[in-house]
Structure formats: C-alpha cells, structure tokens
Design a protein around this ligand. Structure first.
Ligand code: FE2
Ligand code: FE2
Length: 276
C-alpha cells in the first residue's frame, strides 16, 4: 500500500500546485491514501471550508493541521461537521473538532491518522507523547488500524526524533510538519516506522517559510511591524513524502521524499518504489 503525505500548504500558490499535481500523482503512483497538512492554506493562516473541499476534491483523504488551525474562525464550526479535517489531538479538552480519525484507503485498509502538536518552542499544549500513547492503546497497529500515520506538528527536531523512536514499531509513519523546510533525514527506523523531521511545505520557496520575504526580514531588522504577513505568490514547490507500507505488518518498507515544481524541484523519483 502506498501513502502520500503532503506538507503544509501555504496560500494560493501552495493550493495551486497541490490541486494541479495531486490527481496525476495519485493516478501515476497508484496511491492508496493521501494526507495533506492544510493549516496555512487560507492566505497563510488557517483553512476555510471551501479550501478544505478543494483539497479533498483534489484527492486528499484527510487534511491535518496544527497551531494555525483556527486562524479562520469558521473552522471552529465546520470542523465539527467534517471529520476529514483534524486538529492537534492534545489541544485542551473541549476544543472543537478532533485529532484522530480512522479512514478507509483505496485498498480497503483502515488508516488511523493522528495529528499531534509539539510543545518545545511552541504554545502550551498537553503532553504529545501521552496523547499518542492513549490513542495507540485504543486503536493499535493491527488491533483496529491497518496503518497509523502521525502528523507531528512541532518546532524542535529533538522532540520530533523522540516521537519517532517512541512509536517505532507501533506506527507506520511519523511525519514532521510546521517548520516548512524539508529535512534530509527520511529513514525507516529500526523497528519499522517511517520518519522524517519535516516533510516541507507546498509554497513558494523564494520567501520566509512561504511568506513574502519583505515583512519578515523587516521585522528581524527593526522589530517594527509594517504590514501583515502575506504568502509569497511565486511558483510553489510541492513537498511531501511517499511511504510504502507492508500490508502484513502495517509497518513501512520505504519512505521517499518528494519535491515537485518551483525552486526546490528535484528530478521526479522515477517510480520510487519500483514498478507495479
Ligand atoms: Fe505550517
Ligand atoms: Fe504550524
């Protein structure tokens, strides 16, 4: 089974490359399940219901998020009626929406998707490790879920690596999001969990983390805000990782990074996992 995880979609240029390229990727790579992080999809901040539908129509099976999930306040409402949008599971009790969902892949497999937020150099949230442990107790690999995908939305690579090892052999993949810059540490951990510290964003890399570079630079130089952050509008790179899953065990056989279009484009992995 093949799963694609697509990193934080930033603004219009990020949405454009995802909606343009995802249907072809699903077809050509015979993808069975697609998760997309959409926390920055609406003008860089949050997600609207229309944009959620756009990402689902393009082929996402689930849209994860992070600290920006409720920047568009309508998300507080529609997250309750659309279970294809997840917010971090370790937000305070009573927060609208949910952080875990079981979704059916093309193969019929049940995929548990967990969205969790880190707490190192980020706002206070509940312990992400205990939150994940609770979910794995309720619905473990091959005890309710055929595969388990964890979007760990966190700032510190140390916290992300620790999470990878914490669930190694108990989840299919731990994919880091939030920092927007793709890392080069993709690997299958010793017990079979695919891992990367950051999948990278879908956005214009002639920018500061997807935002037009002028205002962020100005704030580093002067500490005086001049205008609001706005997404950079140049051609985006679609960043993500593809994971080949052993259906017997639910663990990963391989993880392959993907960077298509724009300034970070790599040669398209000519069928990353061999033809089939
Ligand atoms: Fe983000
Ligand atoms: Fe974030």
């Amino acid at each position: 089974m093949r799963i694609l995880f697509v990193g934080d979609v930033v603004g219009r240029s990020g949405r454009t490359i995802v909606t343009e390229r995802l249907p072809g990727l699903i077809r050509d790579w015979k993808l069975d399940f697609v998760a997309v992080n959409g926390e920055n999809a609406a003008g860089g901040f949050g997600i609207t219901e229309a944009i959620l539908m756009e990402l689902l129509d393009a082929g996402a099976d689930v849209v994860t998020s992070g600290n920006h999930v409720f920047d568009q306040r309508e998300a507080l409402v529609f997250i309750e009626r659309n279970d294809r949008l997840l917010r971090p599971i370790n937000f305070p009790p009573g927060t609208p929406g949910k952080g875990a969902g079981l979704y059916r892949a093309q193969t019929g497999a049940e995929i548990l998707v967990l969205n969790v937020q880190g707490r190192v150099f980020m706002g206070d949230v509940d312990d992400p490790f205990r939150a994940v442990e609770r979910e794995l107790e309720i619905c473990g690999l091959k005890r309710g879920a055929d595969a388990i995908l964890i979007d760990f939305h966190a700032e510190a690579t140390s916290e992300k690596e620790a999470m990878g090892h914490f669930v190694d052999g108990r989840a299919t993949a731990v994919i880091g999001t939030h920092t927007h810059v793709p890392t080069a540490d993709e690997q299958v951990l010793p017990r079979g969990t695919a891992y990367i510290s950051d999948a990278g964003m879908c956005g214009d890399f002639n920018s500061v983390l997807g935002m037009d570079k002028v205002e962020p630079l100005q704030r580093f130089l002067t500490k005086i805000p001049n205008s609001r952050f706005a997404p950079a509008l140049g051609e985006a790179t679609l960043c993500g990782v593809a994971i080949d899953v052993d259906e017997e065990t639910g663990l990963a056989r391989a993880i392959v990074p993907l960077r298509l279009g724009g300034r970070l484009s790599q040669a398209e992995p000519a069928l990353w996992l061999g033809e089939n």
